[in-house]
Each structure stands twice: as C-alpha cells, then as structure tokens.
Design a protein around this ligand. Structure first.
Ligand code: ZN
Ligand code: ZN
Length: 246
C-alpha cells in the first residue's frame, strides 16, 4: 500500500441549498472542506436550461471568506440528454471569468436517440430487443459527443446510469473504455470518481490514467457533514493501482 491518494484532498462535487435537495449553505460547505483538510472544493449545484440564479450563486460564492490553503471552485451540474451529447445548460451560462469555473455533466437518464430515456423506459427497450451492446455503444457515443460539445467539463458519477437500467460497468469492455478515456484526455475533461455512486470503477480509472485524462475525487455531498469523507472512492482508487511487485 502506498497510503491515501492525494486525490482525496479534493472534493469536486458538493451541493448547497442552491440545489433544492441539499441541506447545507455555501458557508457550511466551505467550513466543512477546511475542517476536512481539503485543498480544493468545487461547489456544484443542479441547474436546468431555465435556471436563472447562476450569477447570484457565483456572487454568493465570491463573497464567502475562505481560509488559506483552500481553493474554492464552482460548477453547475447539467444533465446529459441524448446521443448527440446535448446537455441542458442555461443559455446565458458564463464559464470562466465572471462565471462558474466548470460545467459538471451528470448521466441522470439514458442518452437515447430521441431524447433522454428514463431508466424504466430504457429497461423496456432492452426487454423489447435493444441489445446490451447497442445500449452501451449509445452511452459511449453520447459521452464522447458531450465531452466534445462541452470541452473542459467535468463528468459527474459517470456510468451511474448503467445499474439503473440493469447493465453493469464491467460490460463496457476495454475498447469502449479506451475510446471514452481518450476523448476525456483530448477534450480536457475532468472525470470524478464519485463517493455516492462508487463510479466509475477501477477499469475505467485505469483507462483514464492510460489515456492521460484528469481524475478527481468527489462526494456529491448534499450535507456538509459528508464533504471530503471518502470510503468507496479510496477503494476504487486502490483497486485501480497496478499490482505491486512481490
Ligand atoms: Zn448527479
Ligand atoms: Zn450532484
């Protein structure tokens, strides 16, 4: 063993009360990140195309005092919609100076050929003859197009959609993972290993490392008590390490 990964000194996906399903304020999350000894925290809240409060969120984060040694970044979590890689980003979203630092893309529904498919609708299609291979190809194609369409984004809990539709990350196989990881590297995409969903798994992490893509850790916390607290992410990162020589 080589000790805890330095990646665990960051938490790149922390929700505040700007998300209607989260409990802690921006200030509580920043304080929790500092107490947990983190170097970096990305405050990330859910948006949809119609969301109008992003400038308010950015201003609120900028007005919070931050202890020395902690870097506070911002993000908005958008949803992957379909196989074209479209995401539901607010039209007037500013990324970079004066805006959020990154778009965080979540795979909340299955990216279908004609729009997002709910997990139930996807299972019905699989039961009705859509092959697992074709579904996995759709997901990888959508993922790559999303990274190309929104470069320098961050992928949240990627592949969390698979168990929801009765598929498993292990079914992706090396060539799909390699294509996905190569696209992440080529587009400057950051990929989270996510505590809440324990994904992506070790094979995906190895593929990302082989491709030279950037990996971060995240809790996807909805309560400040969870900020920077890792168990499943540490296990995934450990499992992705090459076998130690005897
Ligand atoms: Zn999400
Ligand atoms: Zn989230």
């Amino acid at each position: 063993m080589t000790g805890p990964s330095p990646l665990l000194l960051g938490d790149y996906h922390v929700h505040s009360t700007f998300s209607d399903d989260a409990r802690s304020t921006l200030a509580e999350n920043i304080a929790a990140a500092h107490r947990a000894g983190l170097r970096t925290v990305r405050l990330t809240d859910h948006v949809r195309a119609s969301t109008a409060w992003v400038p308010e969120f950015v201003a609120a984060v900028a007005s919070e005092p931050v202890a020395d040694g902690l870097t506070v970044l911002t993000g908005v979590e958008v949803k992957l919609l379909d196989v074209t890689g479209a995401v539901d980003t607010p039209a007037d979203l500013v990324v970079g100076a004066g805006g959020v630092d990154a778009v965080v893309i979540g795979d909340h529904q299955f990216p279908g050929t004609d729009g997002p498919w709910s997990p139930e609708a996807t299972k019905e299609r699989l039961a009705a003859g859509l092959s697992a291979d074709d579904a996995l190809d759709l997901l990888i194609e959508a993922s790559i197009r999303a990274m190309e369409g929104t470069p320098h984004a961050q992928l949240a809990h990627w592949f969390s959609i698979l168990p929801k539709v009765g598929l498993a990350e292990e079914q992706l196989g090396a060539s799909r993972l390699a294509a996905w990881a190569a696209a992440a590297a080529a587009t400057g995409t950051i990929v989270e290993v996510n505590e809440k969903w324990a994904c992506p798994g070790p094979d995906a992490v190895r593929a990302l490392r082989a491709a030279g893509a950037r990996i971060v850790a995240s809790t996807d916390s909805h309560d400040a008590a969870d900020v920077g607290r890792y168990d499943r992410v540490a296990a995934v990162l450990d499992a992705a390490e090459p076998e130690e020589q005897a």
